[in-house]
Structure formats: structure tokens, C-alpha cells
Design a binder for this molecule. Structure first.
Ligand SMILES: [Zn+2]
Length: 244
């Protein structure tokens, strides 16, 4: 479980029975709403998108606006978002509800509307939002003018919901559910952090992420320092491990 091959197999199975849909076209029958909350591992996003594209499946990628792990407005994020859109996927915002009093519906709504308005000036967003650490009680009844709230009760109570949160293997439960019901729509949440070519567990998947991030920062750091090349120890531009 949690290899790209496993991912492709689950999607193929669902594709036999359902249409993969944008959240903007709600139906409680016959659809899969495949959603990715990109909390941490933005670098893995394109890998999932490629698996989906091989199967001609569309999904919705939700980017964090105020996370500590990546910058949604960086050039590389912008390029990624454009690529996803060109591939036919949908792109929305994943808003961190820790930054607002999310027991207060008015304040929550205001925060969401302001965030969406701001980021849609810079990015080609679809009108759809999901939430990090949400207060589900408030969100399930929250109506947002012109924007789809994927925590609205129609996407949870009206249809089925499965998720790989905390690296939980949702597949047996999903397959069991399909045996009894191959009509009711499904919302499926998949986080890029858990998936790869080979299988990891929760700890090794985090180690792999940190190692990848280290390489990425090192590359960027070298590029950044290149203008001072003449002033800096040449070992810096070789293998940085040599610097003690
Ligand atoms: Zn999240």
C-alpha cells in the first residue's frame, strides 16, 4: 500500500464505476471527488498528477496559503499550478483554520473570502476551498458565495468519505463499501506525503521528505551564493559535506 502502483490500481477500480468530477458539479450519485490537501510535500504533487493523467482522471489540488513547508507564490509553485491546470486538474486553496477563530462563522467566512480574493489575483484558482485543522461543526453549514466549501455537509453526509490521513490504509474499507453500493458518490482525500515508488512507513516517509528537502535547499543555496563565488571558499561549490 502507498506506492504509486497501488494508487493507480485504486483509481482504476473507481474509474470503472464512477466519473471523477470537479467539486463545482455536485451529485450524490455516480461521482468521485478526488481531493489532495498539500500540507507538506508539494514536490510530490506532480507524481500523483501523472498517475491520474495516465488514467485520464481529474482531481482537485488544494494548496496551503500560510504553511511553513512551502510558498504558494514562489515561482516553482506557480509553475506547478499552471502545469496542473494544463493537465486538466483543478486547483483550490487549503486554508489553515488555526489562524482564525473558527468557532465564529462570520469571522471564518470573512477569512476565507479575503484569502480567496487575494490569491486568485496571482494564481489561476478554481472556486473551491478545503481546510486544515477545521472546525467541522461550523464549516458544514457554511455557505460561501461563488466558492465551493468541500467541508459542507453535502460532501460528507450526502455522500461517502474516505481519507489516507495519518497514513491510514482506507482501501479495504472502500472496497467493502463498493460491494454494497456502487452508486453513491465518494469524496476521497489523498495527501502527497504518504505516496512514492516504493513503500514507506510513517517515519521513513518523513525521513525521505527531509532528505529531499535538504538536497533542494542545498541546490538553491548554492545558486543564491553563486554571485559571491570569488569571495567564498571553493569547497562550498563542491560538496558542502566537506565543510566542517
Ligand atoms: Zn491539511
Amino acid at each position: 500500500m502507498f506506492t504509486f502502483k497501488d494508487y493507480s490500481e485504486i483509481l482504476s477500480k473507481l474509474k470503472e464505476l464512477f466519473e471523477f468530477s470537479s467539486f463545482t458539479e455536485f451529485s450524490d450519485k455516480g461521482k468521485v471527488y478526488l481531493r489532495h490537501d498539500i500540507d507538506v510535500f508539494i514536490e510530490n504533487t506532480l507524481m500523483l498528477a501523472k498517475v491520474e493523467n495516465e488514467l485520464n482522471i481529474k482531481s482537485t489540488y488544494m494548496f496551503m496559503t500560510e504553511g511553513e513547508f512551502y510558498n504558494i507564490l514562489s515561482r516553482s509553485s506557480e509553475k506547478l499550478i499552471t502545469t496542473l491546470k494544463d493537465m486538466g486538474h483543478y486547483v483550490g486553496l487549503h486554508l489553515d483554520m488555526r489562524f482564525v477563530d473558527n468557532s465564529d462563522a462570520l469571522q471564518t467566512k470573512d477569512y476565507i473570502m479575503r484569502s480567496f480574493e487575494f490569491f486568485s489575483k496571482y494564481l489561476p484558482l478554481d472556486p473551491v476551498v478545503s481546510f486544515h485543522r477545521p472546525n467541522v461543526k461550523v464549516l458544514k453549514d457554511l455557505e460561501l458565495p461563488g466558492i465551493v466549501n468541500v467541508y459542507h455537509r453535502r460532501f460528507f453526509e450526502g455522500i461517502r468519505y474516505f481519507s489516507d490521513s495519518k497514513m491510514r490504509n482506507f482501501v479495504p474499507q472502500l472496497l467493502e463499501s463498493l460491494k454494497n453500493d456502487d452508486k453513491t458518490s465518494i469524496q476521497l482525500l489523498v495527501h502527497p506525503l504518504w505516496w512514492d515508488h516504493v513503500e514507506y512507513n510513517i517515519l521513513t516517509s518523513v525521513d525521505r521528505y527531509l532528505e529531499m528537502k535538504k538536497q533542494f535547499l542545498r541546490r538553491n543555496f548554492r545558486e543564491e551564493m553563486n554571485v559571491f563565488k570569488d569571495l567564498i571558499d571553493s569547497r562550498f561549490f563542491g560538496d558542502m559535506e566537506e565543510i566542517k
